[in-house]
Design a protein around this ligand. Sequence first.
Ligand code: PLP
Length: 225
Amino acid sequence: MSITTNLQIIKSTLPEHVTLVAVSKTKPVADLMEAYEVGQRIFGENKIQEMVDKWEQMPKDIEWHMIGHVQTNKVKYMAPFVSLIHGVDSLKLLGEINKQALKNNRVIDCLLQIYIAEEESKFGLDEEELSALLTSPTFKEMKNIRIVGLMGMATFTDNQNQIKKEFTHLKSIFDKLHSKDALQCVSTEICNLKSLSMGMSGDYQLAIACGSTMVRIGSSIFGGR
Ligand SMILES: *Cc1c(COP(=O)(O)O)cnc(C)c1O
């Protein structure tokens, strides 16, 4: 099926409160433009250089989301335009984003990546590291970043129960942050948790059932990579 058809089908099934990030990594600009022509304005990339190249070539009303692991030394290339960085998992990286955002006279929105999978390879913070980060004095000084939510990736498995368990765990961390004292010491300016980014092509319906507000879908829109 065409990108247009795939996109229309997926969009018709998403609840209104769920944001669709069209994951376009490795795909040519022509494919992204087809999605753009049918109204898609949020694209997700996992390599900074590739995202910069596409940003240069494409219309400027697109929101670019960085969904991959970010190397500190590359933040400067996307700082002028990136609209959301999903995979932030250290104070050091946050510090660099803050510095580059300041240079560009911007505030950059970030999601903190939480480790929920049972795999060694997935990046992210555990609950303890998350609360250490949010309560650290260094973090509170950062005026050019805003934490707008959490992101997580489930284990790559066919076991739906396992995936459900992991998504539910992430949702519970998200809810706890809202209710608890966890955030009392953090100003709402730098920390306003509204987005929960979880779910990809294979598991986004389950993710939404578990409370996701943002899904990152690639292959179901653009085909395999
Ligand atoms: C590639 C990628 C996706 C999209 O994966 P699909 O299975 O193609 O939908 C989502 N999130 C992250 C972090 C990715 O790297």
